[in-house]
Design a protein around this ligand. Sequence first.
Ligand SMILES: [Zn+2]
Length: 493
Amino acid sequence: MLKIYRLRDIYRSGQFNEAIDTILSNADKVREIYLKVSNSKKPDNWYPFQVVCEKCGKLGTTVVTDYSDGLVEYECKKNLVSWAEGCGHKGRISPFNGNGKLPWKLEWTAKWHDFKIDIEGAGADHCTRGGSRDVANGCFREIFRENPPINAPYGFFLINGLKMSSSKGLGFSARDMADFLPPEILRYVMINNQIKRPVEFSVDANKIIKLFNDYDKILQSGKKEILELTEVDGSSEPYFGANFQLLITLIQIPNLDINKEIESRLGRELREKELKSLNSRIASAKYWLKHYATEEDKFELQNSTPPLMETLTEAQKRFLKDLGSFLINLDEKNKEDVIKNNIYEIARKVPISATDAFQAIYKSLLNKEYGPKVWTLLSAVPKKLIKDRFLTIDVDEVAFLREVGVKDINSVVENTKNIKSISNIKVVKSGDGFSDYIFAKKIDFINKKGRDEVAFLIISDLKDENIDFEEQEKKDEKFWKENLYPLLKDLIK
Ligand SMILES: [Zn+2]
């Protein structure tokens, strides 16, 4: 169980009085340790304590020069620090019950003594030889005669390989981090790390997506020991966290009700905490897109036919058409996964490589050659746009067959485990005094990897003025039966 203490309250309650008295009574030993451990020479009237000036109320400007009979003698100095000016008041006052505070190295020892601390961490820069931690350890042993707690030095917080700036300036500030990440994710960044190693944080798209995905795995598994430290309400109850990569895509789709979209994919309404999480993730995704996304991460869904569509091959056009028919009949629930599970198969049956297929999607929707994961993108595009853009595409059958058709039957035989069906494809196109004539066999087969595939085996491909189609077809069939079919016959199941 986590309990938070405020040092101000500890001082005020008098809980530190005993430790303060012990430290001030041993000020000479403290001065010795400072000199011995960190080679820091303090004047003989230096006392490790600062009080709140009774006249002007400042703490940082006072210097304590003596301690006797339970009272400290102090002066509020005009020029002690650059950031505040003292009033010059001199006085004697009790150092107890919140009237002042110990310098932090000694404050450590007071805490260790009073709370019986077993382990305490500090930044690696304080844990060097002769550094603050060494001084505190030395004082603790000498004054309290106790052994210091186990040290757990922690590394720096590196952002894109650079040390985080503690205030405004170059790079990231703690403020930026808090503005960007939901609190539970930021806490997770801090605790999901070997303590001695620096926290390496990056705003690169893949790293940020992975960070959220990792946290979602922890959410789903309900890992109590982590969630109690990360969740603001301290609850380890699992809840649904919307996929961050999906959100990055969804926020770039215009006029989309993201809450509704997420609920329909999930197939149920979001609970209160899930809704809160979703809204903070949407804000986070928007912040990321605005401040850290590269041009490659950004896209704009094209309202009218994009110019790059003119560069599509006939196979790419056919793929988009087939894909469109599949997409407009899709259920909302888990649609992203369903698309992912089917899209390669749709491409193979065209046939077209996945690379060419995906490029066709980006060109036709974004007027770009790259973009977010295709299944994420496709799952977010309105069905009306899919219908208008994909289903209206005209495929030139002659050009398509010339593009994807194979003339060498051996390439089919080599790749085939068994053939499911063979059908006739005959395309004739007339114009400009010429006629295009293609006779092909569409071979549906299972390839050697066990996957469905399609091949168009061209039997004849003519471009001529006067083709006797009937005569040609008879010739083609004869050639097929006598020369080609025997090679495939054994593969038909
Ligand atoms: Zn003062």
